[in-house]
Design a protein around this ligand. Structure first.
Ligand code: FHN
Length: 460
């Protein structure tokens, strides 16, 4: 079955650990999530110290996986925390930058696959409390982002290379099983600890749940998820937390989305609404090709531009998704200049055109080559990323599904200049859909940046 394609009730297979709700969540917390439009991801941990390089050698692989790069011994990596002292870390500055960028939520790596905890967990010594820095980084970030009105989500990796009981494959012997039980307890304790210590957070963003050992624990994980939700009303959890009893992840055996939103679109935007299955979803995106943690050498891959990322944001919004841009601060706590410039570029555009991003959804207009359209109420936003050479934008308004009702353009205004556009009638097709030509005036033609047109549509 395709994502979202639901079998008829007769075909539905009874599942103990499939979805517990058919359809989308309708509560206020999830409605708020749906309206974010743009978010920020931060990958920060001890991997930021080597930053992809060690003893004069550079790894081209994801910097946050440096422990597996072969360039550093496990022992050396596992002792990096002794040097972790981010004296330049300015949490208020990070939060201000995110605010200026226009992020409405932030996801922070409390613990990546290496198992190093950015909060002082009482269940392990491999935490920020054991570093020269000592102070709780998660708390500082939660407080600073809360103060800016940016919702915080905690990233948590199910993979933990630092725990003796952790394994990726299904435990076979009794000894292995008993050892894995200690890892499950540890994971449970840590997550309860996070929710208890940071009660203002809005959700948990899981990673690494593809491990066979974790998938094999479907029943336990399902019960644990219920426990987490009971502890933190409104908690938002994506589809990367658990599998059903048949090992199906994200989409259960019956074709329904597991948990609150689809997390499969990592670095990979869908192109059509059909691909999203009509579900809530997010897309998390790196600025280089595939570097989440800090990598010293960005010359190795193509670096996305602010307009590139803005186009992806609006494309995601036009297909009812949120878009999340990742940042990887360095070992001292600095956000690199390239990322700061990109955040500023996005923020400057958002300050003028953010209306096309926040609280919007898929529009009734048919997709055209010039860009993407989003909608809120009776306003449709045309975000133009490929300005036609003839400066005429083609708009197609499909005939309303309601009998004898059509939408017409009542007004069209450029968000950046507030000038009105000339709208020319372009006729109709045999199905009753209307065509319009929007003429781009000279001041907008000269702009060297994407622009937005606000259309007011009226049903007649
Ligand atoms: O392996 C990780 C990777 O390092 C990074 O954290 C991303 C972010 O979504 N998640 C995993 C790959 O899917």
């Amino acid at each position: 079955l395709q994502s979202g394609a639901q079998p008829t009730p007769k075909e539905r297979i009874p599942l103990k650990h499939g979805v517990h709700r058919i359809g989308k969540r309708t509560d206020a917390a999830m409605q708020r999530w749906r309206e974010y439009g743009l978010g920020q991801f931060i990958h920060w941990g001890v991997y930021a110290i080597p930053g992809g390089q060690w003893n004069g050698k550079t790894s081209a692989y994801a910097a946050e996986w440096f422990r597996s790069s072969g360039l550093i011994s496990k022992e050396e990596y596992d002792n990096l925390y002794n040097q972790f002292n981010p004296t330049s870390f300015d949490t208020k500055q990070w939060a201000k930058q995110a605010k200026q960028m226009g992020a409405r939520y932030m996801i922070f790596t409390t613990k990546h696959h290496d198992g190093f905890c950015m909060w002082p967990s009482k269940y392990t010594n491999y935490t920020i409390a054991s570093t020269p820095y000592k102070k709780d980084i998660v708390k500082q970030l939660v407080d600073a982002y809360d103060a800016e009105g940016i919702d915080v989500y905690l990233y948590f990796s199910i993979i933990d290379w630092s725990h003796k009981g952790y394994r990726s494959g299904v435990p076979a012997s009794d000894a292995e099983k008993a050892s894995y039980e200690t890892f499950k307890d540890f994971t449970r304790n840590q997550l309860i600890e996070l929710l208890t210590k940071y009660p203002t957070i809005k959700g948990l963003w899981f990673d690494g749940s593809w491990d066979k050992a974790w998938i094999n624990e479907a029943a336990w994980v399902d019960e644990f998820g219920k426990e987490l939700r009971a502890l933190h009303p409104g908690l938002i959890i994506g589809s990367r937390f658990r599998a059903d009893e048949n090992g199906k992840r994200h989409i259960d055996t019956n074709g329904d989305l597991i948990d609150d939103y689809d997390q499969r679109f990592e670095r990979n935007l869908p192109n059509t609404l059909e691909e999203t299955g009509g579900n809530d979803w997010d897309c998390v995106m790196t600025i280089p090709e595939n570097q989440w943690g800090y990598h010293r050498d960005w010359s190795l891959t193509y670096i996305k531009t602010p307009y590139d990322l803005i186009e992806m944001t609006v494309k995601a919004n036009s297909l009812n998704g949120n878009f999340v841009v990742n940042f990887g601060p360095d070992g001292k706590g600095n956000i690199r200049k390239e990322e700061t410039d990109i955040a500023k570029g996005i923020g400057d555009w958002m300050a003028v055109n953010g209306k096309a991003v926040y609280g919007v959804h898929h529009s009734i207009l048919e997709k055209q080559d010039w860009g993407h359209s989003t909608q809120r109420g009776d306003i449709t936003y045309l975000s133009v990323f490929n300005k036609p050479m003839n400066n005429i934008l083609k708009v197609k308004v499909p005939k309303s599904k309601e009998k004898d009702m059509i939408y017409v353009i009542e007004s069209a205004t450029f968000t950046s200049s507030k000038t009105a556009a000339i709208v020319r009638d372009g006729g109709r097709d045999k199905f009753g859909s209307l065509f319009y030509d929007i003429l781009i005036p000279v001041d907008i033609q000269r702009l060297n940046e994407p622009f937005v047109i606000e259309l007011r549509l009226k049903q007649v």
